[in-house]
Write a protein of this length. Structure first.
Length: 377
């Protein structure tokens, strides 16, 4: 068993080393004409001045397509102030699909003839200046059909946000095979031609998860989906135990309701690591514990090098909090990860944005506004 444990820890260490090794030395960008950034926002969106400033500072020219339900005051103010840059779309309230998906479909129908490149982002990210240019590079050079970055959570102080951040960092720094990439809707790009060829509006219709729907459709269509490894995009994370735990469960419930096989494979990988740590702590002795901690500290050092390479200096301070879990108690994020995955499989109901959806085979079959959440959609 000890040799199996050594092999398992070596593989996890090599996985993070592989990610670091494959960070591009040259971060080439493109800035073609006809770029539109599509952003779906809730009615209580505050205008996100930091996000807007970061979008304006992008190295690639673009325009912003804001998709709302039609009742977002901050979006209307921004569109009035930035008339030449911002296009506003009012989608109304969804009846049989996710609110975000409903707004994205309205945005697709509002595209202009000159729009050639589509960039999808989330409202809670802090995009680096190179985001759009880097996403565009593989598209313009004909190296990919769909290009994606990946979220990197920046936890606030406390114990729970860094724990969730540690779990997400495990996923963010896994080796990424280009042909097995699942896009992330928070920083994703494709050409208009690919969107039309994929039938993107029909792909999203009736769905709750935009990125899962696009990723699975892309796999079926044998599209080339490529990660940009240096685009680990910062996203702030704060909150108490209950909402953060619910966030984790929701993320995996998206997976299990869209692709049970993908959920099973991911859960098996985490379960093997979790059982290994239980054996090491309970029966493996000091040598097994030392091997586990040695690998954990090695991963933490490698991830620190990755963070320093991809994040802004001020962001690394927050991201570093997540590394403490991997260095001090590496088994805790694994066990929490496994618990979230298992809980996700106990129901097909997903609470998101003030609504509870029932999802079967990736499609919304029922949706009810939460009585305890009066926040707008």
């Amino acid at each position: 068993m000890l040799w199996v444990w050594i092999l398992l820890q070596a593989l996890t260490l090599l996985g993070v080393a592989n990610y670091l090794h494959n960070l591009p030395a040259e971060r080439k960008e493109e800035a073609p004409d006809g770029v539109v950034v599509i952003l779906s926002v809730r009615d209580d969106w505050d205008g996100a001045p930091d996000l807007i400033a970061r979008l304006k500072a992008q190295s690639a020219p673009h325009r912003l397509l804001l998709a709302t339900s039609g009742a977002c005051p901050a979006a209307r103010l921004l569109a009035a102030r930035e008339d030449a840059w911002v296009q506003l779309v009012a989608a109304g309230v969804a009846q049989d699909e996710g609110q975000k998906v409903h707004k994205l479909r309205a945005a697709l129908r509002a595209l202009r003839p000159a729009d050639r490149f589509l960039i999808f982002i989330d409202a809670d990210i802090a995009p680096p200046e190179r985001l759009i240019g880097r996403l565009l590079f593989p598209l313009v050079r004909g190296k990919a059909d769909i290009v994606t970055g990946y979220r990197l959570l920046l936890p606030a102080r406390g114990w729970m946000p860094p724990l969730v951040g540690a779990v997400e960092m495990q996923l963010a720094t896994m080796p990424r095979a280009p042909d097995a990439t699942m896009p992330w809707g928070g920083a994703m790009a494709m050409t208009r031609d690919v969107a039309d060829r994929l039938g993107l509006d029909a792909v999203l219709a009736g769905r709750l998860s935009d990125d899962m729907a696009i990723g699975l459709a892309g796999w079926r269509a044998k599209l080339r989906m490529r990660p940009v490894r240096d685009l680990l995009v910062a996203s702030p994370l704060e909150g108490a135990f209950a909402p953060l735990w619910a966030f984790g469960v929701r993320q995996y419930r998206h997976v299990v309701t869209n692709s049970p096989a993908m959920w099973a494979l991911a859960t098996l990988g985490v379960a093997i690591q979790s059982v290994g740590w239980a054996w090491a702590l309970g029966w493996g002795g000091w040598s097994a514990v030392a091997i586990g901690y040695g690998a954990a500290w090695g991963r933490a050092l490698l991830r620190w090098r990755i963070l320093r390479a991809v994040l802004e200096p001020g962001q690394t301070v927050s991201a570093r909090r997540s590394l403490c879990w991997d260095a001090l108690a590496p088994f805790v994020p694994l066990w929490a990860h496994l618990a979230v995955q298992l809980q996700a499989a106990t129901s097909n109901r997903i609470g998101w944005g003030g609504w509870t959806y029932r999802v079967e085979r990736g499609r919304v079959t029922d949706m009810v506004r939460d009585q305890t959440d009066s926040s707008p959609s």
